[in-house]
Design a protein around this ligand. Structure first.
Ligand code: ZN
Ligand code: ZN
Length: 254
């Protein structure tokens, strides 16, 4: 059994066959899927999907690329939505210095406000990091990580940064880019303890080998788990067991 900790099944790319995609995941042994919001509208969609499907969960949060739009009214809306019993985290939040859609100062303001919300609600955070690992660590340290937990999703940074993430008590998850031919991430994954790792696809993006370049879907976390098993030199069942246990405890899944 596997847990897909980061999907965007509400994207219109899944409008034609969303239920079939979910069924394929369950058939592949992926029995829990967390859909990750990027704004208030998608948070509502994540919650709606979770209400319809026992194995689906939701997050609420505003992505750094949309950080400029985070008003106090929206923050109140997120707070109210987070009360829903299937909402398991605040996310995805963080910093993205790759896309030039939102000024860094506004991204940071939105990130800090949502860290405070997570602390207030005692919920984990799902962190989006694109070319901003150093700055994210600095924000976490200045906000204080006491009583704060979460995951650095789609980890694409260095082993040194991963070690700092572990020191802060956070988890790390890998997507399909772990499987790409020239990826430097296998060496990073090799250095990390199994009790901090999670699996995710970030679908519809980042489809793993051997399905690279196509629309991604939750069933394909199995390819990422297989790659991790190969890197660690341990049986697939051990990867499945550890990552499932980690996801259940981090997100408090029932
Ligand atoms: Zn992301
Ligand atoms: Zn995402």
């Amino acid at each position: 059994m596997f847990i897909e900790t980061h999907a965007h099944l509400y994207f219109d790319k899944f409008d034609e066959d969303r239920e079939a995609v979910i069924e394929r995941a369950f058939a592949a042994g992926v029995n829990k899927i967390i859909n990750i919001a990027t704004d208030v509208e998608s948070a509502l969609q994540c919650i709606e999907l979770a209400e319809k499907n026992a194995g689906l969960y939701a997050t609420v949060g505003v992505h750094p690329n949309d950080g400029a739009s985070l008003s106090s009214g929206m923050l109140n809306k997120l707070r109210a939505l987070a009360e829903h019993k299937k909402v398991v985290a605040i996310g995805e939040i963080g910093l993205d210095f790759y896309w030039d859609t939102c000024p860094a100062a506004l991204q940071e303001k939105a990130f800090r406000a949502q860290i405070s919300l997570a602390k207030e609600l005692n919920m984990p955070i799902v962190i989006h990091n694109r070319e901003a690992g150093r700055e994210i660590i600095d924000v976490l340290k200045s906000e204080g990580v006491d009583g704060l937990r979460g995951v650095f999703h789609c980890f694409s940074d260095t082993t040194a940064l991963a070690m700092e993430v572990l020191e802060l008590g956070f988890h790390i998850s890998f997507t399909g880019n772990l499987t790409f031919k020239k990826s430097t991430l296998p060496a990073v994954a090799a250095a990390l303890p199994l009790n901090r790792l999670l699996l995710e696809t970030d679908c519809p993006f980042l489809s793993p080998e051997p399905k690279r370049g196509r629309r991604n879907e939750p069933a394909r976390v199995v390819y990422i788990a297989e790659k991790l098993a190969e890197i660690k030199g341990i049986p697939l069942e051990e990867i499945a067991g550890a990552t499932t246990e980690n996801a259940i405890s981090l997100f408090g899944l029932k």
